[in-house]
Design a protein around this ligand. Structure first.
Ligand code: 1C4
Length: 441
């Protein structure tokens, strides 16, 4: 076998095994996936169907909620009806309602057709997905707001949980349109995010996933945020500019996690396989919204020594960290803090005090490679800075060979070895030639 192929196979086996915990986690759980009508107009429905097929084959209970905005716009144009929006919602008069009904019929049929594909030599071979739709959503009128009568625009009033669960128990995929019915027989045009969120909450779903135009929510430097709590997201919306659809989906995700959905995700609809990457890899691809961060920063205990060693040994081997014996870590465990992700140690650092000089050293800083670039390193650093400040230290220093820039970007300035406490100077390894950086607190 050519060497390249054997490498690819090794990577495949490694990936498949690493996905096993996620497969265990999601089997028989409910996942609600919401996507705009653009997925169909842009020809992305088949790739989404491939991912849905994988989930169904793993016995995930899948609920799909589709949008129809481009299709409704198309119907309005064809029928010469002027579309009206207020407060970010469509005002649905009787003419618009006709277009909404036609658009929903078209979209639903196209999705059902795509999910029915079973072509040999394609990922859909032998798929046999059964799709179920129905009057699962009861809606009420959005009403008259600020003098605007929204007419047939509605809001979700009730979700037929039992009806949906019966279909899911029968291993069917439930497909919902952004439409609700009233006990008086009226039809209401609802928003995709309202239907998806209400359904995810009512079903106590494991996950609510929105497929978005961009990669997800971004911070003030326009960098993707991979994980955010509902409270942080609230603050972010007040302080930053997000892509248009994120302004709808992020509040919906916040509402979902505040009302019992475990996690909500915003992931790009343009990346082939985004759904699988988000669900079956450690790092994911988009923004995950949680009620509380599963990462807990806390003082280390002797039970964390194994986790710390697993984290720092590979870095010491590469010369990034100084090698430490298990015994030395055990002995100095009360100097360490750890960042634990549901009991797994994914980050650590130690603070070595020099009380005579009122100076402290930040040492042994590491974050598990799977969890990097999510602000965790900075969180640990801030914690150590606070710890040092609380103990009346004047400054914090670090020794580093390969991470100098990271500290400079966080307010550290280069200093001379001679500025270190005498005791630390005596232990300075002149062969290693680490550079010294310091920060006033
Ligand atoms: N240089 C510059 N930037 C870097 C970087 C590096 N080596 N590594 C990551 N970054 C950037 C990323 O590109 C990203 O940039 P962006 O996209 O935000 O512009 C940003 O940092 C990510 O920051 P974050 O807050 O999300 O941080 P995390 O990724 O969660 O964690 C660590 C950052 C540096 C902690 C992480 O990359 C890591 O674990 N790296 C390997 C270990 C490491 O380098 N630790 C710091 C060692 S210096 C040693 C000891 O043993 O006591 C050596 C002592 C001696 O004598 O030499 C220390 C302190 O532990 N000293």
């Amino acid at each position: 076998m050519p060497r390249n192929d054997s490498r690819k196979l090794e990577a495949f086996v490694k990936w498949f095994r690493s996905a096993t915990p996620f497969i265990h986690e999601f089997g028989e759980r409910t996942i609600v996936i919401a996507f705009g009508g653009e997925v169909l107009t842009d020809g992305e429905m088949m790739q989404l169907a491939h991912d849905i097929n994988v989930l169904v084959s793993l016995e995930v209970r899948v609920v799909l909620v589709h949008g129809t905005r481009p299709q409704v716009e198309d119907q309005l144009r064809q029928h010469g009806v002027a579309g009206r929006y207020a407060e970010g919602r469509r005002v649905t008069d009787l003419d618009a309602l006709k277009c909404v009904k036609e658009a929903n019929g078209i979209v639903r049929m196209e999705i059902e057709a795509t999910l029915s594909t079973e072509l040999a030599n394609s990922p859909m071979a032998g798929a046999d997905i059964r799709v179920s739709s129905g009057n699962f959503i009861t809606a009420k009128p959005y009403g008259v707001r600020n003098g605007i009568d929204f007419m047939h625009t509605g809001e979700v009033r009730k979700v037929d949980v039992e009806g949906i669960n019966r279909r899911l128990d029968d291993h069917e995929v439930v497909l919902l349109s952004p439409i609700g019915f009233s006990p008086t027989g009226d039809i209401f045009n609802c928003t995709l995010e309202d239907v998806a969120t209400s359904v995810a909450i009512a079903l106590k779903a494991e996950k609510l996933i929105f497929l978005t135009e961009t990669m997800g929510a971004t911070d003030s430097r326009n960098k993707l945020i991979s994980e955010i709590t509902a409270a942080e997201a609230q603050k972010l919306l007040g302080e930053s500019t997000q892509a248009e659809d994120i302004n709808y989906y992020l509040p919906a995700a916040m509402r979902a996690v505040r009302e019992g959905v475990k996690r909500a995700h915003l992931i790009s609809r343009h990346v082939d396989g985004a759904l699988l990457i988000e669900l079956f890899t450690h790092h994911g691809i988009g923004t995950m919204v949680v009620l509380e961060s599963p990462d807990k920063l806390r003082e280390a205990t002797p039970a964390d020594v194994d986790g710390i060693m697993a984290l720092i040994d590979p870095l010491a081997e590469r010369g990034i960290l100084v090698a430490r014996s298990r015994e030395s870590v055990e002995k100095e465990i009360d100097r360490f803090v750890v960042l634990a992700h549901e009991e797994e140690v994914i980050g650590c650092a130690a603070m070595n005090p020099y009380p005579g000089e009122k100076i402290a050293e930040l040492a042994c800083l590491a974050v598990n490679p799977f969890y990097r670039d999510g602000g965790r390193g900075e969180r640990i650093l801030s914690h150590i800075e606070k710890r040092a400040k609380d103990r009346n230290f004047k400054s914090l220093f670090v020794l580093s060979t390969q991470t100098t820039q990271w500290f400079v970007e966080r307010g550290f300035v280069e200093a001379d070895v001679r500025s270190l406490p005498a005791e630390r100077q005596a232990r300075y390894n002149h062969e290693r030639k680490s550079r010294v950086y310091t920060k006033q607190l």
